[in-house]
Design a protein around this ligand. Structure first.
Ligand SMILES: Cc1cc2nc3c(=O)[nH]c(=O)nc-3n(C[C@H](O)[C@H](O)[C@H](O)COP(=O)(O)O)c2cc1C
Length: 224
């Protein structure tokens, strides 16, 4: 069942976000009292053969409530858009190397921003806002919902049309990385455009030049 954000939840998250903005400047800021989570080093070896993964990749909209271990989350985020080279380049291409796509992670433990350089999760909210990351009923069941946000401030002075098109393309590459990693790891996943973007952007306290592009649910299959 879908549910709207309650007034209490909304006031709570906007109060936190408002305080963060006042303290930190523009848009989402990191709460000092919320400790960042250091992710374990990603395991970059292994995985199943590429051609099999391409054959098996699919969208699945059913998830067990089993939590995703931190090592698996670490691998997932690195596969999605982690750093691969000393010059800071990543597992997915980006137009003009803008690297404008930020990945937010919604789980039962809170809402965090992936910091690829430190390979850390910067905890933004302690609240479980998974239900707010999509309008379909299965979203609340997925232990992890990734939210892909394009930060147009990183896209220079390019015309808006270009920012819109290229940030959508850039997000697609990241999403496919997640699909392939999930297929290799036996995780279910589906990328999603059905999001109440204005409500979620408000909860996230996004600036007007930060655009929610897509979200992606990830979790283990339900046991038969
Ligand atoms: C940009 C984009 C947006 C999508 N949005 C949704 C969505 O909001 N909800 C959903 O259940 N599936 C969504 N999908 C998944 C597609 O329905 C799915 O990829 C398609 O049916 C093909 O199935 P497959 O991924 O198993 O090949 C989206 C896919 C893309 C590429």
């Amino acid at each position: 069942m879908e549910r709207k954000v309650t007034r209490r939840e909304f006031l709570k998250v906007t109060a936190v976000a408002g305080a963060l903005t006042a303290a930190g400047g523009t848009g989402l800021a990191f709460a000092e009292e919320l400790e960042p989570i250091q992710l374990p080093k990603p395991q970059m070896e292994g995985g199943r053969p590429l051609m099999q993964l391409l054959r098996e990749r699919k969208s699945v909209r059913e998830f067990s409530s089993e939590k995703i271990p931190l090592q698996v989350l670490s691998n997932l985020l690195w596969a999605a858009f982690g750093m691969t080279r000393p010059d800071g380049k990543r597992t997915a291409p980006s137009a003009r190397n803008w690297q404008e796509t930020d990945i937010y992670v919604a789980s039962v433990d809170g809402f965090s921003l992936y910091d690829p350089k430190a390979h850390m999760l910067r905890l933004i909210l302690k609240d479980d806002i998974r239900v707010m990351t999509g309008t379909q009923p299965y979203v609340k069941d997925a232990p992890v919902n990734l939210v892909y946000v394009a930060d147009y401030a990183k896209a220079g002075t390019s015309p808006m049309e270009e920012k819109d098109l290229w940030s959508a393309c850039d997000t697609g590459f990241i999403s496919q990385n997640v699909y392939l990693y999930c297929t290799s790891e036996g995780l279910n996943t589906v990328v999603r455009g059905l999001i109440d973007k204005p409500s979620l952007a408000k909860v996230m306290n996004l600036r007007s030049d930060q655009k929610i592009i897509l979200a992606q649910s990830v979790g283990y299959p339900k046991k038969a």
